[in-house]
Structure formats: structure tokens, C-alpha cells
Design a protein around this ligand. Sequence first.
Ligand code: NAD
Length: 490
Amino acid sequence: MVELLRFGHYVDGTFTEPAAAMIDSEDPARGVPWAQISRGDAQTADSALRSARRAFEAPSWAGLGARERADLLETLASAIAARWPDLLDAEISDNGKRIVEVRAQFAALPVWFRAAAAQARELKDTSLTLGMPGVSADQTHLPYGPIVAITPWNSPLMILSWKLAPALAAGNTVVAKPSEHASVSTLLFADLLHEAGLPPGVFNVVTGFGAEVGAALVAHEETRFVSFTGSEMGGARVAAAAAAHVVPTVLELGGKSPQIVFADADLESAVYGIASGVFLSNGQSCIAGSRLIVENAIKQPLLERLIGRVSRLRMGDPREPATEIGPLANRAHADKVRAMIARAKVEGAECVLDGVAAAHGQGACFVGPTIFDRVTPQMEIWREEVFGPVLAVASFADAETALRLAQDTRYGLAAGVWSLDLHRARRFAEQLQVGTIYINHYRSVDPNAPIGGIGRSGYGRELGPEAVRGFLQTRTVWTGDAPISDPFPA
Ligand code: NAD
């Protein structure tokens, strides 16, 4: 029998002993456990937050100015650039992401740290214009303190970095709680950053279930801010628990993002944009463009090309660079995706590409690209996030119907609009209630472009020019420039 790697939590710059209760992490491609993480509880949350509080107040962190923190973030970025290959295998074993995608995400990790460093260098106090004589005022900023960062399993280190880098640049300390399905890369990342010079306790990682150690972190008296990425239900619970002790939250939640294709679109680009939108990462992406809304006149040629392209994708071992479709991240999730596909068939959607049949013999976690035509807005496959490689297709005769279909969702994360008439595309796009619009493009992220949702996709933004400011509180400092007079003159 192969011995499993066993991990403790990462608190105060060191790994704790593995806990009495452990959680298996299964390699979804091989179908066997490969590691065990500690099942944290309220006591774990308490020790991590106390460590984060001590570090927040310690001169080795509190004594750094914004420029020194920026220098440190640059040092961390260089260490990540040198050492990210060491983390590849853990990530693939945990969530089955293809090596090509993990490499691209990890190689980009230093970018998020350097962008936060650049913003930290620009932080300055502002002198305010007041409508009164004899007094002046400045707007200054102060960090929150210990911040809880809760992340999902699909892209653990990228999503963590969007929180961690700006939170540190602003002078906070962080306790991260990665998904119970994919925690190991985050633990190793904490150790890498500590070895690169991040003082102990500035970044801690606790592992375990959301309802246990996750909930304990959010409810803890030392927590000053919670940044959450995950499901709609998880986000709602976290926000309610944080609100109970007046702690602000940022929520990055799910989506059911539409791709609207007009008849005058560049068909080839649209096909590639749709394929990358919903089939890269097997659709396990918050901005997956999972609803295709296509003008009647081009529906058949578009679907033919799309099916022609994605039905040839090579399914298999995520460690193999030639693989184009790897496994879904875990068994329970794959079962959920297969059940949603089965229900869509029962509800009457027409399955024009069947990824369940295509994955036959590949293993319990594999589901191939799946396309449903003639989907109606009442069907589950139209309304609910699958978080898998499933595209729901509907068609329209006029822009008004296209808009109605696109907006027929409680989510508002992203949308794609495809048309070579840029004026029309822009006018249409601006009516969409979503946080990110891509016109003749899809899926990119950049440190200078904010991302976040509207409606049930959440609130608050990550990345963008305000990323570091998002982890700072504003303070106004008034200074009397002249003696003040008696407030109770006789
Ligand atoms: P999830 O909500 O089940 O879990 C996310 C994280 O929250 C995990 O670490 C989990 O342990 C924790 N958690 C769950 N309940 C909690 C609670 N009550 N208190 C504290 N922590 C709790 O989501 P998931 O299945 O890991 O991830 C998939 C979801 O994430 C999808 O809905 C997807 O759209 C969303 N997502 C959103 C973005 C974005 O940027 N908007 C990015 C990636 C994923």
C-alpha cells in the first residue's frame, strides 16, 4: 500500500502536527487517495487567528511602511517564479487540473504579487478640501487586521493570490481556508512564502470543512474582514455569520454566464471563444460561458463547427501535456454533473453532444464536453450552475429576445457578445447586468481589470486599480490650524 502524505495546518510560520482527525484527498484522475489534510475545528481557527493578530501587531510586520511591504512582495514574487514547479504535482493530484493549465496559472502567480506591490508604492494620504477656515484634514488609510480568505477548489492558488497579495500589500495579515478538496498546494505555498521572508503568522493556512473550521474562522472575534470565493449558498452563509459581528465581506460567487452570438459574428472566433469559455478547465470556472444564445440564422453552422471542434478533444491523464480534457475535480462533483445531464435529458433538452457517453471507460471523475440544444428557460440546465463541461443552447430572432434570454438568470458574473458591428455589440452589452463583459473575446483576466459579480454572483471586486484599497479602511484626520473659540459664549 502506498503511504499517504499527511499535512498539518500552517500556523505561525510552521506546520502543526497532523490532527487526530484527517480528511483524504483523492486524485481524481487515478481514483485513489494520495494525501491527507487535517480536519480543523474551532480551536484550530482560534490558534491561527491569534497568530495572525500577533503578527499584525509585531514590529517585524506592523513596522513596515507601504514601500517596504512592496519590496517584500517583489521578493515573494521572485521566490514564486523560481519555485512554482515544485507545487505542480500537488495541484494536479488534488483537483485533476491539466498540467498545461496549472503551469499557465502558476507561472502567472508572480504577476498578482507584483501588481499589488506596484499599488502599495502608490498609496498616499490625501489632503482634503474643506469648506471652513482654521482647520485642515487628511484622508489616510489603515489595514483591517486579520483577514480570512476562503477559497474554492478549482483554481486554489490563483484565487488565493487575488486576495492574499493585495491584503498583504495593505498591511493586513491573513488566515486562508482552502477547499477541503484541494488544500495541499495552499499549504506548500504558505511554506514557500515563509521561507522567502514573510514573517511568521502573517500568512496562516488552516484546512478542513467549510461548516466546521471555515465557519469558526468567520465567527471568530479576531476576524476583521472576510474575502470569500465559492458557491452562492456558501457565500450567503459566510456573509450572514460575518454580519452578526459587523465584519465586512467580499463575495465572489457562481454564475450562469451567457454568450450571445449575432449573425454577423466572426464564426470561427465565436466557436473558439465559446469552447474556451465552457470547456477549458472542464467548465469548472466561475465565468464559464455556459449559456449560448445564438441568432437563428447561424445556429446550425455554429453548432456544427463547435461540435466538430470539441468532439475531437483528447480526454485522459491531466499530467500528460497533450491531454485536452482531464477529469472533474472529485467524485461527488462528477456525480452531480452527470445527474444534471441526466435530468436535462428527462426535461426534454436535445443532447447534441453527449460527454457522459464519450467518457465511458475513462474513470469515475471523467465527463466530456456536453451540448444541449433547444433548452428553455424553465429547465434546470438553463437556470443552475453546473460547474462542468455543459453548454445550454437557445436561439433568438431579434435582439430584444436575446437580451431577455441573457438576463433570465439570478446571476451576473460575466457575458460574451459576438458581433462585428462593434457599435451594436457595445450598445447591447451595456444593457447586461453583469460584472464583466467580453466583446468578441472571452475569459481573460488581468491585474488591472476588476472582476466580480452582480446579483447572486456576489458583491465587491477583486483585482483592478483599487485592489489594495479594497483591503484598507479610510480614516479622516482633522487638524485645527488656529485656537478654537468657546463653544458656549455667554
Ligand atoms: P463552496 O462554497 O462549496 O466552497 C468554497 C469554500 O468555502 C471552501 O473552502 C469551503 O470549505 C468553504 N465554505 C463552505 N461553506 C462555508 C461556511 N459556511 N463557512 C465558511 N466557509 C465555508 O464552493 P466550491 O464548490 O469549492 O467552489 C465552486 C463554486 O465557487 C462555484 O459556485 C463557482 O462558481 C464559485 N467560484 C467563483 C469564482 C469567482 O471569482 N466568482 C471563482 C471560482 C469559483
